[in-house]
Design a protein around this ligand. Structure first.
Ligand code: PMV
Length: 360
């Protein structure tokens, strides 16, 4: 697979107008992607759980323009209202993908997007948002090429989503998605996220992710800036090698269902991600004091109760609690009793592993 495979040759059907609506979920990485080369090529492979409830629904109403004026034209609504702040990111995205979707310039698009999770909750909406947008654009392209196979449709959606936000390429399929070349994964690619095809132990079915909203404000350092700091990072080489090793280990854990080992890798990956931020030049810290308090509480709870509960972190202060479905009642009680105090306005989101995007 290479970039050329995603440049269409000829559209066979004339389309003048229509509406495409897709819902794409968020995802949480177990082995983290941090560091990239140009064109959103990841510096190391990653693997994630696709979530079920935290999602973006996007609708594009499209109409062929009378004159092909060579420019991109679109209106952007967020939850039904114009959202100018999002325009630059979408414009850049459209420019990046226009060679792969040459029809883009011929249409006026009215994009309306909404999230199931509260706006500015500190949950990154770029993964689900870019994935939903890419799927709507592929929906348009499929109408112009009705013979397109569904496997190609999903691969190209992931390819396009990646160009919007790297981790978005892991928000098309589910329940586990790999992205980036890795020697244990045949067909793995830096260009697209692919649903993991290996054996997965039943303990991971319906695995829970409860997201504790510790800090809902804007991040002090964007993920784009964070990735860039891996370029001259003193520990980059070791980190990328470690991600490859952790990915190999997690694949065998998926098969055996060994939660002790799962916890060790997942928590180490989360802390390593933040350690990379704390040791870059310039350095920065995205965790808050509450993040650390939650981590300590989790460690004590796990030791005393024996419940295989662990945490992971994104590029932010919020904490994702991962645990088997059968332990839900106990963990939710623990959250209410001991962790809610650390959440901004007592807010948390209950989610679980899900099957991937859906046409609405
Ligand atoms: O997709 P980006 O460029 O916002 O990068 C996000 C990277 C992490 O969320 C920190 C890790 C990951 O693999 O999702």
């Amino acid at each position: 697979m290479n970039e050329q495979d995603f440049i269409p040759t000829e559209y066979t059907t004339m389309v003048t107008s229509g509406v495409a609506t897709w819902k794409a979920p968020s995802n949480i990485a177990l082995v983290k992607y941090w560091g990239k080369f140009s064109d959103q090529i990841p510096a190391n492979p990653s693997i994630s759980f696709t979530l079920s409830h935290a999602a973006t629904t996007t609708s594009i109403a499209y109409e062929r323009k009378e004159k092909r004026n060579g420019g991109l034209s679109f209106d952007l609504l967020f939850e039904g209202k114009p959202k100018e702040e999002f325009r630059p990111k979408i414009s850049t995205f459209f420019q990046r993908i226009s060679q792969y979707l040459p029809f883009l310039q011929e249409f006026h698009l009215k994009i309306d997007t909404s999230n199931t999770f509260p706006h500015s909750s500190g949950i990154a909406s770029s993964a689900s948002g870019m994935a939903a947008l890419a799927l709507c654009l592929m929906d348009m392209e499929k109408r112009m090429m009705p013979s397109m196979k569904s496997d190609f449709f999903l691969k190209k959606a992931s390819f396009l989503a990646r160009l919007g936000s790297g981790s978005a390429c892991r928000s098309i399929g589910g329940p586990i998605v790999e992205w980036g070349k890795h020697h244990d994964l045949t067909d793995s690619s830096d260009l697209v996220g692919l649903p993991y095809q290996g054996k997965v132990h039943e303990v991971f079915q319906g695995f829970q992710d409860t997201i504790l909203l510790v800090h809902k404000g804007e991040k002090t350092v964007s993920s784009t800036a964070g990735h860039a700091l891996m370029n001259n990072h003193p520990f980059a080489k070791e980190r990328f090698a470690q991600a490859h090793k952790n990915l190999s280990r997690i694949l065998s854990i998926f098969e055996t269902g060994d939660l002790e080992e799962f916890i060790e890798i997942v928590e180490s990956e989360a802390l390593t991600l933040h350690a990379m931020m704390m040791t870059s030049v310039p350095y920065f810290v995205l965790m808050k004091p509450q993040t650390l308090s939650i981590i300590e509480k989790i460690w004590t709870y796990r030791k005393l109760s024996g419940v295989p509960l662990c945490f992971t972190l994104d590029a932010g202060a919020n904490v994702h609690l991962l645990y088997p479905q059968k332990d839900s009642n106990k963990v939710l009680q623990f959250i209410k009793n001991e962790l809610v105090v650390y959440c901004e306005n007592g807010q948390y989101i209950c989610d679980q592993v899900g099957g991937g995007s859906e046409k609405v």
